[in-house]
Design a protein around this ligand. Structure first.
Ligand code: ADP
Ligand code: MG
Length: 338
């Protein structure tokens, strides 16, 4: 590499669509996905419509079908990971309604089976592998932060004492490049260190959750990997960072049904997902004003969206017929940012 490959990716936004398979026990009779092709097109059939209105094609950088493996999904991400070690910032998002496979793509179904590891672990594995291969030239230090954004409040997921402080966002902390300087920053040396941290993060995320109100679907989780490299010959320092973002479920909540806490959550989620869409589409259109200030999520990610930074979004769809409304609105969102 790959210089050309990295140049190719510079400043670009890539949008990939992934179709979740039918799960055991679901009738896999009818799917809303008519076909996908090699060129990034997906044709959706809406069984509730007739004739011309029933079919629609959406186009992305790539579409992964239900049989795609975690490794296949990760392959195009690999050049981005390398670029972090060269000092670039990268954001990778998982978008989609609850149950569409966001966490599966980012983390995988569990931490024990290496074959089904998600983007998070594969990315960190690559970071460690590549940084070792450069050991004679550059000395790298890798640190991890993990936060959750819930109802427009930022919380540290790596606290061990269970404290639940709200954290401030500071976009001017040139000092160390951290946008959330008070969130725990934990140095990691190998994938096992990262797995241990993920367990703490997942435990903290589950706090307060009940079966009916699963918090992970109502909050954004952001795993940030900070990389600092010191060139041994010159002593010069480079910095890159990777944000891995498992977004809150994008489903619309029926306003006539949701009340109280549930309505407030839904309003915060709508606001932050649309703020994210606005920022990405403003960047894609090379607009002069990028509206970062409209949500905590876009403020946290500000330095890593736009400029020389690279963005990758995986949008997820559930092929079941009863998900058709959310499937179409997910694909429309994705088309807007693509
Ligand atoms: P989300 O995070 O969007 O709510 P999940 O990732 O939890 O959705 O996925 C919902 C269910 O579907 C989980 O049981 C998950 O293991 C399963 N699943 C999602 N994507 C896949 C996939 N590509 N292959 C196999 N199972 C999947
Ligand atoms: Mg999830």
């Amino acid at each position: 590499l790959l210089y050309n490959q990295v140049q190719d990716l510079k400043g670009t936004i890539r949008v990939y669509c992934r179709v979740r398979p039918f799960l055991p026990g679901q009738s896999d009779g009818q799917s809303t996905v008519d076909y996908i092709d090699e060129n990034g097109n997906i044709m959706i059939i809406n069984p509730f419509k007739q004739g011309k209105d029933a079919r629609r094609i959406f186009s992305f950088n790539k579409v992964f079908g239900a049989n795609a493996t975690q490794q296949q999904v990760f392959v195009d991400t690999q050049p981005l990971i390398r670029s972090i070690l060269d000092g670039y910032n990268v954001c990778i998002f998982a978008y989609g309604q609850t149950g569409s496979g966001k966490t599966y793509t980012m983390s995988g179904p569990d931490l024990t089976t290496q074959e089904t590891w998600g983007v998070n672990y594969r990315a960190l594995n690559d970071l460690f592998r590549i940084s070792k291969s450069r050991m004679d030239i550059i000395e790298y230090v890798v640190g991890v932060q993990m936060i959750e954004i819930y109802n427009e409040q930022v919380r540290d997921l790596l606290v061990i004492d269970g404290s639940n402080r709200r954290l401030e966002i500071r976009n001017n902390s040139q000092l160390n490049g951290l946008n959330v300087p008070d969130a725990s920053l934990i140095q990691v040396r190998c994938t096992q260190d990262v797995l241990d941290l993920m367990r703490i993060g997942q435990r903290n995320r589950a706090v307060g959750a009940t079966a009916l109100n699963e918090r992970s679907s109502r909050s954004h989780s952001v795993l940030t990997v900070h990389v600092q490299g010191k060139e041994l010959a010159s002593g010069s320092i480079l910095r890159g960072c990777l944000h891995l973002v498992d977004l809150a479920g994008s489903e619309r909540v029926d306003k006539s049904e949701a009340v109280g806490e549930r309505l407030k959550e839904a309003q915060h989620i709508n606001k932050s997902l649309s703020a994210l869409g606005d920022v990405i589409s403003a960047l894609a259109q090379k607009s002069t004003h990028i509206p970062y200030r409209n949500s905590k999520l876009t403020q946290v990610l500000q330095d890593s969206l736009g400029g020389q930074a690279k963005t990758l979004m995986f949008v997820h769809i559930n092929p079941e017929v009863n998900a058709i409304g959310e499937t179409i609105s997910t694909l429309k969102f994705a088309e807007r940012v693509a």
